[in-house]
Design a protein around this ligand. Structure first.
Ligand SMILES: *[C@@H]1O[C@H](CO)[C@@H](O)[C@H](O)[C@H]1NC(C)=O
Ligand SMILES: *[C@@H]1O[C@H](CO)[C@@H](O)[C@H](O)[C@H]1NC(C)=O
Ligand SMILES: *[C@@H]1O[C@H](CO)[C@@H](O)[C@H](O)[C@H]1NC(C)=O
Ligand SMILES: *[C@@H]1O[C@H](CO)[C@@H](O)[C@H](O)[C@H]1NC(C)=O
Ligand SMILES: *[C@@H]1O[C@H](CO)[C@@H](O)[C@H](O)[C@H]1NC(C)=O
Length: 946
């Protein structure tokens, strides 16, 4: 008899006890009053089915017989199919939330690939994730076998038994002290559901049908041809939670995957801890966590017209349906055998019932305080836990609110940058408030290959290294419900391990190798050996004053520089990167007076008047950096068109009054914006922006001072029209005409044919080389068309390519024609078909895109696409240097975001542009460098940030 049948029988007996106080069970007496025996009745539901009068001896015997009868394994009277089915479902429901425990003795992973050789990583600096992320084991070795980490040890002897017992000889890798961390677990990815390059046919990020669809599953849209798998692995990603997008309030269920290619080469085989599997001819629930995506705020508003009130109602309506279903199911399960109807199921709401049971990790994409508050309320109304809030730009303003979430405080998964009311200190603030902070990619919104860079930025702005490393490993693994097998370097854990070329939070830190399930993923890693300094644990930035300001201002701090001085003496100056000064060796001191550098050298002193003295602690003076490529200064909040200058007319298609007009970006210039002031705060004194347009002719670029208060302030507009900007590739908006049509139009306009007015004038100047032409283009084929155009039709053209992901394929031709490239993304990503042939950089290629172009003699600058990235210019220069010190000197790396951009944007044509200069404390080429003073274009005072 099966355990199940036994328990069913026991339940029957309970309902119909043998000796009960009922009218059919009493002492039987004869008419004389003599005891005849015991009247006994077997009852079911209180009715006698068997009635006997027995002598006590017979009675005892009969009792024994009956007992034997009841316990004899007679075949079960079969339960109806719908009851049997339902009982199975009840059991699955009863299982409750998974309670996986780590198992240090685990010797083989369920994902182990037969034939994988053991790997013996020797002499690493191992960050284990233990001791709240503070444990670092030096000169330590790690043994990977069976798809798991088998041992962490010091001496070779610690591994003797493994050496002896393993069938295949282990691959020994001498790490020479390289950093080792657990693989990165990305808590928020759309990899493979929003595949790269972006093609209509493979995009499954969102449904567009209705706002709340808990029944959808990201697994159903997981495209195995995404070019990003190997790229993400090259950044150390070993597991990702792949979520539906945020168009709807409930976008659907999410699933965990490893990006490693499998032999089966299917979505299901890439899953890790799948909540359902095909097993024995059924689609079965396993004991693993389920995951679901929710979103509130702007996206459901944009897509479904759901205001926040509508969103909240959609949630409540859906949760109410889920709760009712759960109640029905629970009632059914309380008395399965009495059920006439099948187990109450509902494919649309079963996942919500399961959320309320606590079996589903709820991941909510929310931005503002109001969104967070709505969801905390709803979690209490329906009593379900929230696993994590994602994006959550304002979470740092309301950590106590999050603690009121039903069932415990959720984690918070954020970007380090990119939010209007966000702050670079958010991670630190949240961690200090006791919340688990995670950095997530939202891939491909942010290329998950560079997720570690997010953690590193938060570290630079105050999050300590233990929390920063945990934010992409232990914390994200825990929140994803996977911390019993990943997120730590521990025996029995998945052999998902990254070996780094430097301290993982150093600028430009890059994996030398990524192991997934114990399999090395990068076949021929190109490794850049980094200097000793890059191996050190770096201190977290000390920004306590700024943190307090950000919190006190509720996310809207006054970022305008407040402190100025006409005369400043800088001490302890080690580096000096400005042209036009004869500086030998370490300058030591620098004096600035009336906006000019008046003295550089050990003996400098301020002779007259009041002054400030600033100790740069080994820092340096640099030219003010330039940011270009985004709509910085024309757009304030990208999602809000009312904060923009708007979209420029494409003069090529205009007739009448608009015929021949040339839009000048400077006419739309807006000052005082947040991204401008944040960029200024980080050393970017100058922006060069052109009108927002998807047409062939965008208009005239302009250069401006990022810190100016309005367009008429001194130095506000530097150059009103240094370059004419065109667009060839179709990645900005949908193209109105073909690329070949655009080339034809361009040829005609450069020849002065068919153009009128200012437009004709501008093209004439461009054709003669008086006005630089900047062309936004990604594809090598399209760049080739431009090269031919210059060779055949417009030899004097001064041409700059902007974006240029595929420009490396034509590096020699570009150098020969003196065509420069402003690389819009120095770490290119194959986002579009036209930009898919990237030079990925280490560890996948020896060169980075900038270093390769420069090494072939092309003038290179670094640009951006998004306004919020303007503030990162200094990190980009430092990264370019660190990744290719054999190509760029430090000065040349600084030129990538200053001098070279001046040339490539036409700012050098008449006289040298005034981009001011900036004093940094500490090492500019690390995250620890920090702006202390800045002289903006056209100003006589220095702004001090002390
Ligand atoms: C480990 O590597 C470091 C750096 O190369 C080296 O100094 C040290 O001697 C090595 N230790 C062992 C045990 O090999
Ligand atoms: C699959 O079904 C077979 C035969 O019914 C059974 O022996 C086996 O245990 C089942 N396997 C699993 C994993 O449930
Ligand atoms: C790191 O930061 C966390 C969060 O603020 C804090 O709890 C922890 O004590 C810090 N660790 C160290 C070593 O200071
Ligand atoms: C990704 O890497 C694997 C090796 O791990 C290789 O077999 C595969 O061809 C690569 N895929 C692409 C698209 O480069
Ligand atoms: C990579 O670049 C370095 C530095 O220029 C050079 O020494 C090395 O030979 C290059 N390796 C390959 C495979 O090209």
């Amino acid at each position: 008899m099966s355990a199940q049948a036994r328990s069913r029988r026991a339940a029957d007996i309970e309902k119909a006890p043998l000796y009960t106080d009922n009218p059919y069970d009493h002492e039987e007496v004869d008419d004389s009053g003599k005891k005849k025996g015991h009247a006994f009745a077997y009852t079911v539901n209180g009715r006698p089915v068997l009635s006997l009068v027995m002598h006590p001896v017979l009675l005892s015997l009969a009792t024994l017989v009956l007992f034997g009868y009841l316990n004899f394994p007679w075949p079960d009277s079969p339960l109806p199919d719908h009851v049997q089915e339902g009982i199975k479902r009840c059991e699955a429901i009863k299982a409750g939330p998974p309670n996986h425990q780590p198992n240090a003795d685990r010797k083989t992973s369920d994902r182990f690939v037969k034939g994988t050789r053991p790997v013996w990583l020797k002499n690493g600096t191992v960050w284990t994730g233990e001791k709240r992320g503070e444990q670092v084991l030096h000169e330590t070795s790690v043994w990977l076998e069976g798809g798991v980490i088998r041992r962490v040890g010091k001496e070779d002897g610690d591994f003797a038994d493994l050496v002896a017992s393993s069938k295949d000889k282990a691959e020994e890798v001498n790490l020479h002290g390289a950093w080792v961390t657990p693989g990165i677990v990305d808590l928020h990815s759309h990899l493979a559901v929003d595949p790269s390059p972006n093609l209509r046919g493979s995009d499954s990020t969102n449904s567009w049908k209705q706002a709340a669809q808990p029944w959808l599953r990201s697994l159903d849209g997981f495209n195995t041809h995404d070019q990003a798998f190997n790229l993400s692995i090259a950044g150390g990603i070993t597991t990702m939670l792949v979520l539906p997008g945020s168009a709807g309030n409930i976008g659907g269920q999410a699933f965990t995957f490893k990006p490693r290619w499998t032999e089966e080469n299917t979505p299901q085989s890439m899953q890790v801890e799948p909540p359902f599997v095909i097993r024995n001819g059924t689609w079965e629930r396993t004991g693993a966590w389920r995951h679901i995506k929710h979103a509130c705020g702007e996206n459901p508003l944009r897509v479904y017209g759901n205001t926040r009130m509508d969103s909240a109602w959609d949630f409540r309506k859906t949760y109410d349906a889920g709760r009712k279903l759960k109640e029905k199911q629970d009632a059914w399960c309380a008395a399965p055998k009495e059920q006439k109807e099948a187990f109450p199921d509902d494919l649309q709401f079963e996942a919500v019932a399961d959320i309320i049971r606590g079996n589903v990790k709820v991941n909510i994409h929310c931005y503002e305080t109001v969104d967070l508050n709505d969801m905390v309320r709803i979690s209490n109304e329906f009593q379900f836990p929230i696993s994590s809030f994602h994006h959550a730009h304002e979470a740092y303003l309301v950590p106590d609110l999050l603690k009121q979430t039903w069932g415990g405080t959720p984690g918070v998964a954020i970007f380090a940058n990119n939010a209007y009311r966000g702050t670079p200190y958010a991670a630190k603030i949240l961690a200090d408030a006791g919340l688990s902070v995670v950095h997530k990619s939202d891939h491909p919104v942010l290329d998950s290959r560079y997720l570690i860079y997010e953690a590193a930025q938060s570290h630079a702005f105050g999050l300590n290294f233990s929390e920063a490393l945990s934010s992409v490993t232990t914390h994200s693994a825990k929140i994803a419900g996977l911390d019993h097998r990943m997120g730590y370097i521990r025996p029995g854990y998945d052999a998902d391990v990254v070996v780094w070329d430097s301290f993982p939070l150093a600028i430009g830190a890059t994996p030398k190798q990524t192991y997934i399930d114990g399999i090395p993923q990068i076949i021929h890693p190109h490794v850049q050996e980094k200097p000793k300094d890059a191996q050190k644990i770096s201190p977290a930035g000390d920004y306590d004053k700024e943190v307090a300001e950000a919190v006190a201002a509720r996310g809207d701090p006054d970022l305008r520089p407040k402190h100025k001085s006409k005369r400043v003496l800088f001490e302890n100056v080690e580096g000096f990167y400005l042209d036009g000064f004869d500086v030998q060796g370490v300058p030591g001191r620098v004096v600035v007076d009336g906006g000019e550098i008046t003295c550089v050298g050990k003996d400098c002193a301020v002779t007259s008047g009041e002054h400030e003295t600033v100790d740069l602690k080994g820092g340096s003076l640099l030219p003010g950096l330039i940011s270009t490529g985004s709509a910085l200064g024309l757009v304030e909040i990208a999602q809000e068109e009312s904060t923009w200058d708007g979209v420029a007319y494409d003069p090529v298609h205009e007739k009448g009054l608009l015929e021949g007009i040339l839009v000048r970006g400077a006419d739309g210039a807006r000052f005082g914006g947040k991204d401008l002031l944040m960029a200024y705060r980080e050393g970017v004194t100058t922006g060069v922006t052109w009108p927002v347009s998807g047409g062939l002719v965008a208009g005239l670029a302009y250069s401006f001072s990022t810190s100016a208060e309005h367009p008429l302030a001194k130095g506000a507009i530097g150059h009103p029209g240094p370059a004419l900007v065109l667009t060839l590739s179709g990645w900005t908006t949908d193209m109105t005409e073909s690329v070949s049509t655009r080339i034809a139009l361009l040829r005609k306009m450069l020849a002065g044919e068919g153009v009128k007015g200012e437009l004709a004038e501008a093209f004439k100047r461009a054709a003669s080389g008086e006005l630089r032409l900047v062309v936004q283009v990604s594809s090598a084929d399209q760049i080739a068309a431009l090269i031919r155009l210059k060779q055949n039709d417009a030899k004097k053209l001064k041409l700059t390519i902007f974006a240029g992901e595929e420009a490396w394929m034509l590096a020699d031709e570009l150098a020969k024609e003196d065509i420069g490239v402003i690389v819009a993304n120095p770490r290119p990503f194959p986002a579009f078909w036209d930009s898919r042939r990237i030079l990925p950089g280490p560890p996948l290629s020896n060169h980075t895109l900038p270093s390769y172009l420069a090494s072939r003699g092309v003038t290179v600058g670094l640009g951006i696409h998004e306004e919020c990235d303007a503030r990162l210019a200094r990190f980009e220069a430092a990264w370019a240097y660190t990744a290719a010190p054999h190509v760029f000197s430090k000065k040349q790396a600084v030129d990538l975001v200053s001098g070279n951009l001046e040339k490539l944007l036409g700012l050098d044509l008449k006289s040298k542009a005034d981009t001011g200069f900036v004093a940094y404390e500490g090492d500019f080429f690390s995250f620890q460098g920090r702006v202390r003073a800045s002289r903006a274009p056209g100003q006589e005072d220095m702004h001090l940030f002390l």
